[in-house]
Design a protein. Structure first.
Length: 394
């Protein structure tokens, strides 16, 4: 159970007290500890054991307010500070973060943004109330449907959880997420990797958020930008995104190399998407066996049959389950017309065909993932072994 976060408020204008109290009262597991408009009041508010976090308005006198932030950090270095400002330019945000603000919320304050900022502070103060789940989706062949599964799985997890869900395109050369969801993002994974360090604020600000609650970090726009993406950068991005979103879906390439191995290191689930044909099952077998040889736990790697019961193909579900000696994780039926129509329009299947059997199958799969991943502790030893072997593979 989450511990209550005691939040103090600081603003040089008393008129803001009511507004900030009202916003904080709507945030879950949050208690208003008091209000201060002077340095003296602030000293009393920061008495030992009084507050876990401080909400401070920066706009009345930015330089003075940042000085207050620095003073508070010296007094209480572990206190979580949320800076509130109408400024959205990167320079102001960076100044606030350097002064000591752990979180930055733009004014006028959106209640959900504030709640998310306080949840991240709660995570730092008390430890995670819930561990982020990372689901990696890989296709056994080109056209297997991995991107379709990844995009629609992220959407269903967002609906099911009621929380924003991260969706990352690690198919760096030829990623299709922007096309599949018809978006024109401002930032890409290549932009984030240009910096030496990547924190949760930078990662969250780079995500392209859809009304559905799916937040997307696409791959590079140009092939020439792929070289900017490093394994270290990807690892930082995944850690940062995992601290923001309770569920993160990663659309993976079919190749395994240093730049994508970081995603597999922390994966709670790796879904290998294949169709019932010889080439697909053959490659799924190779990928499955390779991941197990490298140390991935069997329970982490699962098979998803896409376009199940299509007219073509001589391989049956029974053949596949006997071959792998285990049941497949999910079966997504064939509804080619609806799926290709949704892809051409750049819509999720739920928007174009909410009753499509494909949508319903992915919805069921998301429920199963939510149930089976709940409460699982990561097999750190196994994952560290996997990443080490992946990165040192010659």
């Amino acid at each position: 159970m989450n511990k209550r976060l005691r939040v103090g408020i600081y603003s040089s204008k008393d008129t803001r007290e009511r507004e900030f109290r009202r916003l904080l009262e709507r945030c879950p597991e949050t208690e208003v500890a008091g209000f201060a408009s002077t340095r003296e009041d602030l000293e009393r508010l920061l008495a030992p054991g009084g507050v876990n976090a401080l909400l401070i308005h920066l706009d009345d006198d930015v330089q003075f307010a940042l000085g207050v932030v620095q003073h508070v950090v010296r007094l209480m270095p572990d206190l979580g500070i949320v800076g509130v400002s109408a400024a959205t330019d990167p320079q102001t945000i960076i100044r606030a973060m350097r002064a000591g603000c752990a979180q930055y919320v733009c004014a006028p304050v959106d209640g959900q943004d504030l709640a998310d900022a306080l949840e991240r502070i709660r995570h730092a103060q008390f430890g995670a109330a819930r561990r982020s789940r990372r689901i990696c989706v890989m296709g056994s062949t080109g056209g297997a449907g991995a991107t379709t599964v990844a995009c629609n799985l992220a959407l269903e997890l967002a609906r099911l959880s009621g929380a924003r869900t991260g969706l990352i395109d690690l198919n760096l050369e030829f990623g299709d997420i922007t096309c599949a969801l018809d978006i024109t993002p401002k930032h890409t994974i290549a932009n984030l990797c240009e910096g030496s360090t990547i924190d949760r604020i930078m990662a969250e600000s780079a995500m392209h958020e859809l009304p559905s609650g799916v937040c997307i970090l696409p791959g590079p726009k140009k092939l020439s930008e792929v070289a900017r993406v490093s394994a270290a950068g990807i690892k930082q991005i995944l850690e940062a995104v995992g601290s923001v979103y309770p569920n993160v879906v990663v659309d993976m390439p079919r190749s395994i190399h240093a730049e994508t191995a970081a995603a597999l290191e922390g994966a709670d689930l790796v879904l290998i998407v294949t169709q019932l044909n010889v080439a697909g099952v053959r490659n799924a077998t190779r990928l499955y066996e390779y991941l197990l040889e490298l140390g991935a736990p069997e329970e982490v790697v699962e098979l998803v049959i896409n376009r199940y019961k299509a007219d073509h193909g001589s391989v049956t579900l029974k053949d596949v389950e006997q071959h792998f000696r285990r049941p497949v994780f999910a079966r997504i039926p064939n509804d080619y017309k609806q799926v290709i129509s949704a892809l051409d329009l750049g819509h999720p299947i739920a928007a174009s065909a909410p009753s499509s059997p494909v949508r319903l199958a992915i919805q069921d799969m998301s429920r199963r993932i939510a149930v089976e991943c709940s409460g699982q502790e990561p097999d750190t030893k196994a994952r560290c072994g996997l990443i080490r072997r992946l990165l040192t593979k010659k």
